[in-house]
Design a protein around this ligand. Structure first.
Ligand code: RIB
Length: 297
């Protein structure tokens, strides 16, 4: 029987310029080439989940009635994601303005548009859904209501707590798996103590902290796991965290054990750093398997 992941979240058109470095406040930097890419944390994660394979992937998203919606829908369709679209007359499709520096790091400003208009009642029926994958680019009250609905329906909830913000206890109480980076962990648990101390302050059954080039750690009901990062030549880190989350969601929905799930998610995230763009850089299952099979340098 096929397992099904539902992603409910954001979709943006990314306006990306490369530059030698990220400008400081008040500074103008002359950039290089400009391109648009399909993006948005929710849509990136849906594409990663679909490309990871073994799980049917659906996505609830909000779009405007404008030309920016088309490339987003086309990218999701190309990856094999079933779309459930709420279309808004009064709101533009979400956009993100991204500077990618030569070292691959980025700075992102999001204009949420239609993403911010998604409501609790927009969640489609959860019958047949095994895992609900959420992020924080849609309103917090909406995300909380979706997580609670999934919990009530017995559907596993994976929340990627990005972008960083404090979260209500009622949302965390409905989450089974929390994925976040170190900055997002500090926003939730405070900066006092070690990473382990911060993790202890989170009342979520399974927590994964991504550490960039240092890999990731997971505190789960099945044990504590450390996964080193795969070494790659970094071109653009945009969407790497989303690739990790979508790949992890697919692996957990397939009921893979934590060490295998973390290895696949880390390999996919590393490969996403080797190409420009968000969804454009997300690897296929075969590319991930090839990296996993390659002898370590
Ligand atoms: O995580 C990367 C994403 O953040 C980009 O695709 C951009 O749209 C923003 O949502």
């Amino acid at each position: 029987m096929t397992t099904t992941v539902l992603v409910a979240g954001s979709a943006n058109l990314d306006f990306v310029v490369r530059a030698s470095r990220i400008p400081a406040p008040g500074e103008t930097v002359l950039g290089q080439d400009f391109r648009t890419y399909a993006g948005g944390k929710g849509a990136n994660q849906a594409v990663a989940c679909a490309r990871a394979g073994g799980a049917a992937t659906r996505m609830l998203l909000g779009l405007g009635q404008d030309a920016f919606a088309q490339p987003i829908e086309a990218s999701l369709a190309d990856a094999g994601v079933e779309r459930i679209v709420r279309r808004f007359d009064q709101h533009a499709t979400g956009t993100a303005f991204i500077t990618v520096a030569d070292g691959g790091e980025n700075a992102i400003t999001v204009a949420p548009g239609a993403n911010a208009a998604l409501q609790p009642q927009d969640l489609p029926p959860l019958a047949g859904v095994d895992l609900l994958l959420l992020q924080l680019e849609t309103p917090l009250a909406t995300v909380s209501a979706w997580a609670r609905a999934a919990q009530a329906a017995g559907v596993q909830v994976l929340l990627n707590a990005a972008p960083a913000q404090a979260l209500p206890a009622e949302l965390l109480a409905a989450v089974d798996v929390l994925v976040l980076n170190e900055g997002e962990l500090r926003a939730l648990a405070g900066s006092a103590g070690t990473l382990d101390d911060q993790l202890q302050r989170l009342a979520v059954p399974d927590v994964v902290v991504t550490l960039g080039a240092r890999g990731c750690v997971a505190h789960t009901r099945a044990g504590h796991f450390v996964q080193p990062a795969f070494s790659v030549s970094v071109v653009d880190t945009t969407g790497a965290g989303d690739t990790f989350c979508g790949t992890l969601a697919a692996a957990l929905a397939r009921r893979e054990a934590w060490p295998q799930a973390l290895r696949q998610a880390s390999a996919a995230a590393a490969l996403a750093c080797t190409q420009a763009g968000a969804q454009a850089s997300i690897p296929t299952r075969q590319q991930v398997q090839d990296l996993l099979a390659a002898p370590s340098p």
